[in-house]
Design a protein around this ligand. Structure first.
Ligand SMILES: NC(=O)c1ccc[n+]([C@@H]2O[C@H](COP(=O)([O-])OP(=O)(O)OC[C@H]3O[C@@H](n4cnc5c(N)ncnc54)[C@H](OP(=O)(O)O)[C@@H]3O)[C@@H](O)[C@H]2O)c1
Length: 243
């Protein structure tokens, strides 16, 4: 039996990833904040794939709850994990300091707490792979999106540090860097169809990347070139271009 842990299991990208992983020899541990929504996702996954599911509802930003829940989950082995929670905070909506705090809590602190607990669990069992969903928004600080972008950049460095700590393909963390994806996170009409990926496409890249022990994947891959160009632009050029 393969045991797969999904944190932020009601995310549309996570849901599509789970559908690819699921079969009758898989047991999912699904964690989310909304019981009703999670029950729907779990039921759908069981019917589609024949996998078993365990559902956990919790507060994602509570250090105590994260520690206790992960300790409980790791009483049995965890083969693969995915950390998917996030909220798209635009600067125009972030004038209140509390919005900044809440955004960083769910986009950076929460995934970091889960990842650190997962690292402890993997270290004890001697193996495991974990994907964390970052974003191409983490490449450069953008005027309309820098709280979100900075949080995603933090996750990339966090993953880099974890891989440097373990330096082993047996224990591997992978940062996933999607461009825009057609999910509830981006409101309809705000996305450019030509560069917006389907969640199914991102899911395939996640599954393949973790199976191959990658440290970083762009989703879709063409974002690696755009990200390279963005990183290479001198600040005086970048500040004039609204990407
Ligand atoms: N869609 C994109 O264009 C895009 C691009 C790059 C990166 N990403 C990243 O991809 C990941 C998955 O997002 P998605 O596109 O699949 O969007 P989504 O379907 O809206 O999923 C967002 C997930 O985050 C959870 N979440 C938000 N705030 C939370 C909180 N305070 N506590 C616990 N869970 C919370 C949501 O839970 P509920 O369902 O209960 O609300 C949901 O499971 C995110 O990390 C996002 O930043 C998305």
């Amino acid at each position: 039996m393969t045991r797969i842990l999904i944190i932020g299991a009601t995310s549309m990208i996570a849901e599509h990833t789970a559908r690819l992983w699921g079969n009758k020899d898989v047991e999912f541990v699904l964690i989310a904040k909304d019981a009703k929504k999670l029950a729907g996702v779990a039921a759908d996954l069981e019917v589609r794939t024949g996998a078993k599911t365990e559902q956990i509802i919790m507060d994602f930003t509570s250090p105590k709850e994260v520690k206790a829940t992960m300790a409980r989950v790791f009483k049995q082995q965890v083969d693969t994990a995915l950390i998917a929670q996030g909220v798209l905070t635009r600067q125009k909506d972030a004038k209140e300091t509390s919005v900044i705090f809440d955004s960083v809590a769910i986009n950076a602190a929460s995934p970091a707490m889960f990842a650190e607990c997962i690292a402890t669990g993997f270290e004890a069992q001697g193996f495991g792979r974990c994907g964390i969903i970052g974003s191409v928004a983490g490449e450069r600080g953008r005027g309309d999106l820098y709280i979100y972008g900075a949080s995603k950049a933090f996750l990339e460095k966090f993953v880099e540090g974890l891989n440097n700590r373990f330096n082993s393909k047996k224990i591997r963390f992978m940062i996933i860097k999607p461009g825009p994806v057609a999910t509830p996170m981006i409101s309809p009409g705000t996305q450019m169809a030509a560069i917006t990926a389907k969640p199914e496409t991102v899911a395939k890249i996640i599954v393949r990347g973790l199976a191959n022990g990658k440290r970083k994947v762009f989703a879709p891959k063409f974002w690696s070139l755009i990200a390279f160009i963005m990183r290479s632009m001198p600040a005086f050029v970048f500040d004039r271009v609204k990407i």
